[in-house]
Design a protein around this ligand. Structure first.
Ligand SMILES: [Zn+2]
Ligand SMILES: [Zn+2]
Length: 273
């Protein structure tokens, strides 16, 4: 009953916001600056331009992480980060559009909690740009969003990865298959997880749906953020275990070691990616 009331309340709030935006100048949902444009995406120009910054190259050929030391990549055509050299990930390769900055995290939160669907389309166009850059590497038969567990999906009403993956599939002309993967074990309720906890909570937490035809399938797996890569890895293992021949990951944002962490003397390895 409380859920129904919440949902009615949030729908009502959504209607009020939509009406208010017609008559009142709306603030940027990232920095609160008053918007001077009638864009369907409620971000100011400065925030939009910051969001279009791509990751600094060179990137690890497999996981797409920017490689900081150029000494590592000199003379190597396909450089790899230390995690990929150890064979950490089950996906064939992964790419992300931009860095997970505070602006990007707020933009993604809008997608998660405010259901700003046009934003899903905007992110999808950024990801389609990455695919066009490497069309052969991204050749695929299905676009699959990383699933939420049923409880979380019911609570939230939508899956943010799906809000990006669906318009992306349409842009690429590749079938959208949200039912291929299921999350069989829920994520723990705590918001922040350590790197080790992230790996432990997703290990074996995904499976392919029992009716899904996955054999020999090439999959583009879509999520909002690549944090440790544990989620994309767990989904890739489930898909490959069911016969998928190729799994490539695409995420809007990529968590990178930030300077305060590096200043505090943490190595890349402690930090995560
Ligand atoms: Zn702004
Ligand atoms: Zn790598």
């Amino acid at each position: 009953m409380a859920r129904v009331a919440d949902s009615v309340r949030s729908q009502f709030r959504g209607m009020c916001e939509a009406l208010a935006s017609l008559v009142l100048p709306a603030p940027c949902r990232i920095c609160a600056q008053i918007l001077d444009t009638g864009s369907r995406i409620p971000f100011c120009r400065a925030c939009m331009s910051a969001l279009t910054q791509t990751l600094p190259e060179p990137l690890c050929a497999q996981c797409g992480r920017p490689i900081v030391s150029t000494a590592v990549v000199e003379g190597i055509s396909l450089p790899q980060c230390h995690l990929c050299r150890y064979g950490t990930y089950a996906f064939d390769f992964a790419r992300s559009f931009g860095a997970y900055t505070s602006r990007m995290s707020r933009a993604i939160l809008q997608l998660k909690y405010a259901n700003v669907a046009p934003l899903g389309g905007w992110f999808a166009r950024r990801l389609a740009g990455l695919v066009e850059h490497q069309p052969q590497d991204f050749a695929a038969d299905a676009v699959v969003p990383v699933p939420l567990d049923q409880g979380r999906l019911r609570e939230r009403g939508y899956n943010q990865a799906e809000l990006i993956a669906k318009p992306l599939a349409r842009l690429l002309g590749i079938p959208f298959r949200s039912y291929l993967l299921v999350r069989t074990r829920p994520r723990p309720n705590q918001l922040r997880l350590t790197r080790r906890e992230r790996w432990e909570t997703v290990r074996g937490a995904y499976a392919t749906h029992k009716t899904a035809q996955v054999d020999k399938l090439r999959v583009i797996l879509v999520d909002d953020v690549f944090t440790t890569g544990a989620t994309l890895d767990a989904c890739s293992r489930a898909l490959k275990g069911a016969g998928a021949t190729r799994v490539v990951g695409l995420t809007v944002a990529r968590a990178l070691p930030l300077s305060p962490a590096l200043e505090a003397g943490m190595s890349d390895r402690d930090f995560g990616e």
